[in-house]
Write a new protein. Sequence first.
Length: 623
Amino acid sequence: MQHPHRRRPRTRLLLSTVLAGALAAAGLSTLTATPAEAATARQVEKLDRGVVSVHTDAGNLVSWRWLGTDPNDVSFNVYRAGTKVNSTPVTGSTNYFHSAGPAQADYTVRAIVGGVEQADSVHAIQFRTGYKDVPISPPAGGTTPDGVAYTYEANDASVADLDGDGALDFVLKWQPTNAKDNSQSGYTGNTIIDGIKLDGTRLWRIDLGRNIRSGAHYTQFQVYDYDGDGKAEVAAKTADATVDGTGAVIGSSSADHRNSSGYVLSGPEYLTMFNGQTGKAMGTVDYVPARGTVSSWGDSYGNRVDRFLAGTAYLDGARPSLIMARGYYTRSVIAAWDWRGGAFTRRWTFDTNSSTNTGKGFDGQGSHSLSVGDVDNDGKDEIVYGAMAVDDNGNGLWTTKTGHGDAQHLGDLDPGTSGLEYFKVSESTSQPAELYINPANGAIRWQLAACCDNGRGVAGDIYAGNDGAEVWSASDTNIRDEAGATKGREPSSVNFLSWWDGDTTRELLDGTHIDKYGTSSDTRLLTGASVHSNNGTKATPALSGDLFGDWREEVVWATSDNTALRIYSTPTETTTKITTLLHDTMYRTGIAWQNTAYNQPPHPSFFIGNGMPTAPRPTVYTP
């Protein structure tokens, strides 16, 4: 039960009888709470059951998705090669441990709706050795104009259904070994993006070309079904000599806008939407904002002008829009785009230099990532852009004027308080090291004194001995609660998070391992075999999130030789039943923006943690 002082789940607003009937006619789930609560239905992916079978010495953990379009009271039977293995229907979770099952056992599940068993699901993805490998093939290396050789490493990845078959596919960024931070001069190789099915079939390969410099701050990409046709698109910043998945060239094939320091400070800049199934460039427009005068962004050599962020947001409360941004140390510009009917339409542009924003303290407030969520509980998403936020209509919502930071976390961190909470750290030695903020209005609930360049900060419920999420940072020696009070020792890492084991507290993901927090020390739960993390000291996976099975999170690392994406899924049973987090749109857009600059973990719109109330059901529809 929701406690009286807790908010009603933001995924449900008052719903008229007419809309309820329309949802029912469309086969959507609605709740029968009193008063009736439901939101405008949001577009989500039409996914299959995502069944997985994870083998252990004792048998197989079979788990599957509880879809947002399933009824509240759905139950399931589990079948091995057509023979039911459970004695009574599975009702309280979406997993089942089949004792003594061999690694190669073939499982399906069947939903039971209204007492009637439905058809077989897709066959389980088999994690026979605890992981599943997706074969990948590195591009050929090359040599830069100054004679430096480079090869390719698998870097950040995203997922979406590219071909409409209900299964998630990977979109993988290949980064050259000479990729650069903006502060570093030198040529780089081209950035390559692949579309890959789970069996390793490569659907297409896009070469962003010589005029897009390679590095964590240059090459953001978004993968989402923007037009609602059931197949995801891929959006990226492009330039002259970008080659799409069909071999077609964008702009001039011969243009080379690189200067002698390897920076690209002239020439056209584009935004392109690619077909997720074929890689074909379907539409290209000028990138907003244009770079203009390089020095107007804060330096003349090309560091601050080429800092890009990207995301996806439900700005109208129902359908996703693309967010592409530039700048955060000085001027920041955020452009919101709709992709409908095969064409781009710009919804709005937020510019800290515009007359409505000048002098209000919005400049210089960006972080190395962004967050998306309905912070003001109006049913529409906002963009939390470091120490400021932009409303769903493109107007500045608030600014704390506390400057740039490397890490930020937006989520329901405090289940005892209505709405979302926001935690960030500061890079500036003159600004608060940590801030805990009400993202509805920017009010700072507490802060720690300035100390240093505080480069890392995390928020999540890792400790059952405290209500709600804990927060901690690289400059602190404690975990803290929602009031800023110390609650114990700092964990062994300040990086990423993962719901991995059977309880609802979250685990620590760092480098190539997962740990369980403890009051005296942390316990190792998983060490990836022959894999590498990404992005230098950031040590992030290619991707982590609820990709398959029940609501627990998978982690994806590239193998050390870059010939496979190695997916790990939990082998541990759970008694908790939560709708697939892919149908919570705040979490789903978090998966989409995870690859942006300094990767951060996704957070759902509701609290998951120790003592949590029953998780809310989303109100969604599928194309």
